[in-house]
Design a protein around this ligand. Structure first.
Ligand code: ATP
Ligand code: MG
Length: 198
């Protein structure tokens, strides 16, 4: 099984995430995608929404056939991609793991925690949203990183949505149903999430 790993805080999960997963599955690089909900990512401050809410919302949008929620980082309190992928591959020794990352993050792989091992042991899907790798500066670094790991580049168009935008809209009492699945909009409403703008 080829498994894509889409990590995020998913605060909340939105149509941009879902569309990205759909496009990746359509590319057939992987057979399924795990949405790995982060506890408290080292590069992000102030994730104030309970992890259980974020996980529940991700669960609501996963079909459990090709997309699955994962709480591995919530239980293990691991935050580094290397630790998460190492644990997942120990638990699923027959699977191949493909870490999904944006183009800019992909270029910084060498600086990630245990970056060299990470690149050797695992595969990557670098999602290019705006011709990022065509830029001369990025192109060179991209070629260097690509020679160190097994990477697929995928150009995909996804809606320009962010969780930050959704949280702001909820706080301003605006309608978010265009940007998140109905189940997520209902969950946010029923649990009174983001009313304080957190
Ligand atoms: P925030 O606004 O809180 O930073 P976010 O919308 O960026 O949230 P994350 O949980 O940080 O959501 O994102 C998880 C993953 O999804 C990251 O790899 C991120 O780059 C990617 N992603 C976020 N929004 C989109 C989008 N509209 N289209 C494609 N990928 C996206
Ligand atoms: Mg983000």
């Amino acid at each position: 099984m080829k498994t894509g790993i889409l990590g995020g805080t998913f605060n909340p999960v939105h149509n941009g995430h879902i569309e990205m997963a759909r496009a990746i599955l359509e590319s057939k690089i992987v057979d399924k995608i795990l949405f790995v909900v982060a506890q408290n990512p080292p590069h992000k401050e102030g994730v104030n929404t309970d992890a259980s809410h974020r996980f529940n919302m991700v669960s609501l949008v996963c079909d459990k056939i090709t997309t699955f929620p994962s709480d591995i980082e919530l239980n293990k309190q691991t935050n580094y991609t290397f630790d998460t992928l190492t644990l997942l591959s120990a638990q699923n020794p027959k699977d191949d793991f493909y870490f999904i990352t944006g183009a800019d993050m992909f270029l910084s792989l060498k600086n990630w925690y245990r970056g060299q091992e990470l690149m050797k042991k695992f595969n990557f899907i670098a999602v290019e949203r705006d011709g990022f790798f065509e830029d001369e500066k990025n192109k060179k670094l991209f070629e260097e990183i690509s020679s160190l790991t097994n990477a697929h580049i995928l150009k995909i168009k996804t809606p320009d949505i962010s969780s930050t935008m959704i949280r702001k809209m909820v706080m301003q009492n605006r309608d978010i149903t265009e940007f998140v699945p109905k189940k997520v909009a209902d969950y946010i409403k029923n649990h009174g999430l983001y009313l304080g703008g957190e």
